[in-house]
Design a protein. Structure first.
Length: 342
């Protein structure tokens, strides 16, 4: 029996029985008299879980479908099985994940994110505040240089290492450029404003965490939520999609237009979004994965990912150059009409 089969026994702590169950990614779907529920093993902080539930119920109250938690008969969000494993039980939905092949699904998901951001505000709590983007970029650039030095000293024997060394200067240059651009913007004020207003990010908004229902959409897996500039979520979702579409400029503009229609973006936020797109995050992730694992053999999949990044570098740079012009112009005009400085 699997861990989740044993966990099924915790349903009795909710006064429920499962008519049937089915395994899904890292969890167990339970078909009960209260509908479809999802049982997951829990390893996190109970304090943060309670704050997450507060956020989920806020979204529910505002008409947004989420995977909110159920309380057991003791009034707790966490239940313990006979073998002392911890589980949570959440409301779930019958639907398919957002299809990255469907422009309709993609644009609906962007619209749903805008609706989320209009609602996701809570009393700020320092322990759940995201790391400064400046600190991240400085650390990531330092790590890229460290990996470059490591490979040079040991010698590039594999395909991944050779391709990394042949491309690292160009991507590191983009990383340094993103940091320079960040310093030229009013990032600190924007970050402080988001903090003061209690802006919350989903933290992992991607196609796997959006379910397309018969009517509307449901957003799931808020475990990485944090207080941050909400452009972080929009960037994260758009980058994942646009990498699959070879940085299609038309699609990128459609996504930005749909988001801005529902949740207007300020001039400072447009700047911040452009900075995020400028940073070679995927390149850093691949390099960091290689270094942290220090494998003699690198998977063909990671070599392929690196090759794709190198091949898409030029169109990625052109996308950043061309995608935001209209929005910066419009934002400038709006600010001028209000008598404000950009």
């Amino acid at each position: 029996m699997s861990l989740y089969d044993y966990g099924l026994g915790t349903l009795s702590q909710y006064g429920l029985n499962a008519e049937r169950s089915a395994r899904t990614r890292g969890a167990l779907l339970c078909y009960t008299e209260q509908g479809i529920l999802i049982l997951r093993e829990f390893h996190g902080s109970e304090k943060k879980l309670k704050k997450q539930q507060e956020l989920l119920l806020l979204l529910q109250e505002n008409g947004i479908n989420t995977d909110y938690f159920l309380e057991n008969t003791q009034g707790s969000l966490i239940s313990q099985s006979k073998d002392e494993q911890m589980f949570t039980l959440q409301h779930w939905y019958e639907g398919q994940e957002c299809s990255t092949r469907s422009r309709e699904d993609i644009l609906k998901s962007v619209g749903t994110l805008a609706k989320l951001h209009n609602v996701m505000k809570m009393e700020p709590a320092e322990e759940y505040r995201a790391r400064s983007l400046r600190e991240e970029y400085i650390r990531h650039n330092r790590e890229i240089r460290k990996i470059r030095k490591f490979i040079r000293q040991k010698g590039a024997s594999g395909v991944f290492e050779k391709k990394f060394l042949s491309s690292v200067e160009g991507f590191l240059q983009r990383g340094e450029l993103a940091l320079e651009m960040l310093e030229e913007t009013d990032y600190d004020s924007l970050r402080e404003k988001a903090w003061r207003e209690g802006d919350v990010c989903h933290g992992a908004y991607n196609q796997h965490n959006i379910l397309m229902l018969r009517k509307g959409e449901a957003v799931t897996n808020f475990g990485n939520w944090c207080f941050d500039i909400q452009m972080a979520d929009l960037y994260h979702f758009m980058r994942k999609i646009l990498e699959k579409y070879s940085w299609d400029l038309t699609l990128g503009k459609e996504m930005l237009t749909e988001y801005h229609r529902i949740r207007p973006v300020s001039y400072q936020e447009w700047q911040n979004l452009k900075v995020r797109f400028t940073y070679p995050e995927k390149y850093w992730k691949l390099a960091n994965y290689y270094y942290s694992h220090k494998k003699v053999w690198i998977s063909g999949k990671n070599v392929e990912k690196l090759e794709n990044l190198i091949n898409q570098k030029e169109i990625w740079e052109k996308f950043i150059q061309n995608c935001f012009q209209k929005y910066f112009l419009n934002a400038h005009t709006e600010l001028a009409e209000c008598g404000e400085k950009p």
